[in-house]
Design a protein around this ligand. Structure first.
Ligand code: NAP
Ligand code: ZN
Ligand code: ZN
Length: 348
C-alpha cells in the first residue's frame, strides 16, 4: 500500500514529504493509522548518520501511537478501533532463545527495528512512524492503557521502556539513591519512574534552568554539573546512576559518585568512544553496564505500570511540517521534554 511519510534523503538533509510502499497486510498483520509519533534523539542520530549505519532515504519514528484501521484474518488479540503502540521492534525470528524469552532486541537471527532496519526477508528496509500508516504483526503490538493520554504516551514506546528496563534490571527500590544524568526525553522519564519506585532521585544536568522542573518531576536533588566543584558533595552517594546523555562526556568523575558496588548504566548513545580511568572503576568495585531498550513483554509491563501510576511524558505537540526545527532545538538542548508529532498534520 502507498503511504506518505517524512524522510531524509541523505545525512543531515532536512526531512521532507516522501511517498513509499508498505507491504500488503498479511493474515497476522494490522494496519494502523498513526496518530502520534515521539521524536527520540536516536531519530536525530540516524538522520545525521552519527553512527555511520544509516541507509537513506530514512523515515524515522519509533514512538508510535495509532488506531487499528483493519486487521488480518488471524489477528486475535486486537480489533479495529483499538488504540495501540508500536515501539522500536516490529519483527524478529520468534524461535531463538532470546525471542522466546521476550528479549526480541537481541534476536539471534537479527531483530527488525521499526525503521532503518531490514525485514526478516533480509532485503526490505523498514520505514518508521513519521508516516500516515504502519503495517505491523500483532505479536509486536502494545496495548495502551485507556487512562493515559495518547499523545504523551507515545514517548513511553522508546523513552519509557529504555529507562524502565534498567531500573528493574538493577533492582531499583524504595530508599535507593538514584542519579539521572541528562534531563531530556529519556532523563525526565527516568526521574518519574525511579521516583514512583520509591527511590530518592538526584538530577545531574548541564542546564541550571531545569532545576525547578526536576523537582516537579519528582527529583529530590539537582546538581548543575558544569559548575566547578558541583559534584564533590555527591561522591559515594548513588546505588545506581542512569546516564542518558546523547553527547560524549566524561564518565570518570561520575564513577566516583557511586557507592561501593554501585552501577553506572549507560543508556545514552554518544557517537564517540569513551575514555575510562581503570582506577575510577576498580576502587569500590564499581560497575558500568549498558541497557538497550526492552523486549515486547517488558514494554507491555512498563505501559501497564505507567497506566497504574499515571506516568506519561511531558510533551510539546508539533506539526510534521515543524520537524526540522524540532531537530535543531533538540541539538540546542531546547525541549521540555519530548517533541511529539501530531500525525494528523501530515494528512491535512
Ligand atoms: P534528549 O532528549 O536530546 O536528551 C539528552 C540530554 O542529554 C539533554 O537533555 C541534556 O540534558 C544532555 N546533554 C546534551 N548534550 C550534552 C552534553 N554535551 N554534555 C552533557 N549533557 C548533554 O535525548 P534522548 O531522546 O533522551 O536520548 C538520549 C540518548 O539516549 C541518545 O543518545 C539516544 O540515541 C539514546 N537512546 C538510547 C536507547 C537505548 O536503547 N539505550 C534508547 C533511546 C535513546 P541536560 O540539559 O540536563 O544536561
Ligand atoms: Zn528511541
Ligand atoms: Zn530470534
Amino acid at each position: 500500500m502507498e503511504v506518505i511519510g517524512y524522510a531524509a534523503q541523505s545525512a543531515r538533509a532536512p526531512l521532507a514529504p516522501y511517498r513509499f510502499e508498505r507491504r500488503d497486510p498479511r493474515p497476522d498483520d494490522v494496519v494502523i493509522d498513526v496518530l502520534y509519533c515521539g521524536i527520540c534523539h536516536s531519530d536525530v542520530h540516524k538522520v545525521n548518520d552519527d553512527w555511520g549505519t544509516t541507509h537513506f532515504p530514512v523515515v524515522p519514528g519509533h514512538e508510535i501511537i495509532g488506531r487499528i484501521a483493519s486487521r488480518g484474518a488471524n489477528v486475535s488479540k486486537f480489533r479495529e478501533g483499538d488504540l495501540v503502540g508500536v515501539g522500536c521492534i516490529v519483527d524478529s525470528c520468534r524461535v531463538c532463545p532470546e525471542c522466546r524469552a521476550g528479549r526480541e532486541m537481541f534476536c539471534e537471527k537479527g531483530v527488525t527495528f521499526s525503521f532503518d532496519s531490514l525485514e526478516q526477508d533480509g532485503k526490505t528496509w523498514t520505514y518508521g512512524g513519521y508516516s500516515t500508516r504502519m503495517v505491523v504483526d500483532e505479536r509486536y503490538l502494545l496495548r495502551v492503557p485507556n487512562e493515559l493520554n495518547p499523545a504523551s504516551t507515545a514517548p513511553l514506546m522508546c523513552g519509557g521502556i529504555t529507562t524502565y528496563s534498567p531500573l528493574r534490571q538493577f533492582g531499583c527500590k524504595p530508599g535507593d539513591q538514584v542519579g539521572v544524568v541528562g534531563l531530556g526525553g529519556l532523563g525526565h522519564l527516568a526521574v518519574k519512574l525511579a521516583a514512583s519506585m520509591g527511590a530518592e532521585v538526584t538530577v545531574l544536568s548541564t542546564s541550571r534552568g531545569k532545576e525547578e522542573d526536576a523537582a516537579r518531576l519528582g527529583a529530590k536533588g539537582f546538581v548543575s554539573t558544569r559548575e566547578p566543584g558541583a559534584l564533590d558533595a555527591l561522591v559515594g552517594k548513588f546505588n545506581l546512576i542512569l546516564d542518558t546523555v546523547s553527547a560524549t562526556h566524561d564518565l570518570n568523575k561520575q564513577l566516583t559518585l557511586l557507592r561501593n558496588f554501585g552501577t553506572l548504566v549507560l543508556v545514552g548513545l554518544p557517537p564517540a568512544p569513551i575514555q575510562l580511568e581503570p582506577f575510577a572503576l576498580l576502587h569500590g568495585n564499581k560497575r558500568i553496564a549498558g541497557s538497550n531498550i526492552g523486549g515486547i513483554p517488558e514494554t507491555q509491563e512498563m505501559l501497564d505500570y505507567c497506566g497504574k501510576h499515571d506516568i506519561t511524558a511531558d510533551i510539546e505537540l508539533i506539526k510534521i511540517q515543524d520537524v526540522n526545527g524540532a531537530y535543531e532545538r533538540m541539538l540546542r538542548n531546547d525541549v521540555k521534554y519530548r517533541f511529539v508529532i501530531d500525525m494528523m498534520s501530515l494528512k491535512a
